[in-house]
Design a protein around this ligand. Structure first.
Ligand code: GTP
Ligand code: MG
Length: 202
């Protein structure tokens, strides 16, 4: 897919405030600092679109970006950010649960996993929660440039095997590096397919 335009639209504190759900939408979630905003910028071909930072907890609201005047990318605040208070964490949970369960045009959620690590409980728990809520998702293993290809493949395989313990079907998965721009075409191709499905049912 060719990206002709990518524009910041709005930041919302709750699903009710999100823009009209007239276009298909793709949200990016995962542990704080895993690379959600950076990946959005690579996909959109604009390094300054979503705010990125080496300090975890940069993204706080539900951020909508309009792509090609026909679909939305959504940058979400990450989970597992240690410096949040209990009440902030509860607020995050409410905002995210409502958004994920109530947004009618959400085609898939991309769950980002750091490819450098063994499966982490926090990611597995989040994924199982998505399953309970019946929300379609895909996996994106990020920061692939930070370890060897063999290490990345091993971690992906271990993660998928861990999922097989409880899941009958595995979701689509992608490996990305924003430094090397790996995975961009595969993710955009998948989004394009889902955009066509949205149009077929709309
Ligand atoms: P929060 O908004 O705080 O939840 O973080 P985030 O998931 O949006 O992460 P962000 O995109 O801000 O990236 C966090 C840090 O990781 C930044 O310093 C990025 O430059 C770096 N980073 C993200 N993706 C990659 C990657 O593929 N390779 C490398 N080497 N660094 C990356
Ligand atoms: Mg971010």
């Amino acid at each position: 897919m060719v990206i002709k335009s990518a524009e910041y639209l709005i930041s919302s504190p709750s699903w009710e405030k999100c823009p009209n759900p007239i276009w298909p939408e793709y949200a990016f979630i995962g542990r704080s600092n895993v690379g959600k905003s950076s990946l959005i910028n690579i996909l959109a071909n604009n390094e300054k679109l979503a705010k990125t930072s080496g300090t975890p907890g940069k993204t706080q609201l539900i951020n909508h970006f309009t792509i090609n005047d026909s679909w939305y990318l959504v940058d979400l605040p990450g989970y597992g950010f240690a410096k949040r208070s209990l009440s902030q964490r509860k607020q995050w949970e409410r905002m995210i649960e409502d958004y994920l369960r109530k947004r009618p045009n959400l085609m898939t959620v991309f769950v980002l996993i750091d490819s450098r690590h063994q499966p982490q409980k926090i990611d597995i728990d989040f994924i199982n929660q998505l399953g309970e809520w019946n929300i379609p998702f895909s996996l994106v293993f990020t920061k692939a440039d930070k370890s060897t290809q063999a290490e990345v493949s091993k971690n992906v395989k271990t993660f998928l095997n861990k999922m097989r313990e409880t899941w009958q079907f595995l979701p689509p998965n992608f490996v990305t590096s924003t430094v090397k721009k790996t995975g961009r075409d595969a993710i955009l191709g998948y989004i394009e397919e889902l955009n066509m499905q949205f149009r077929a049912i709309a």
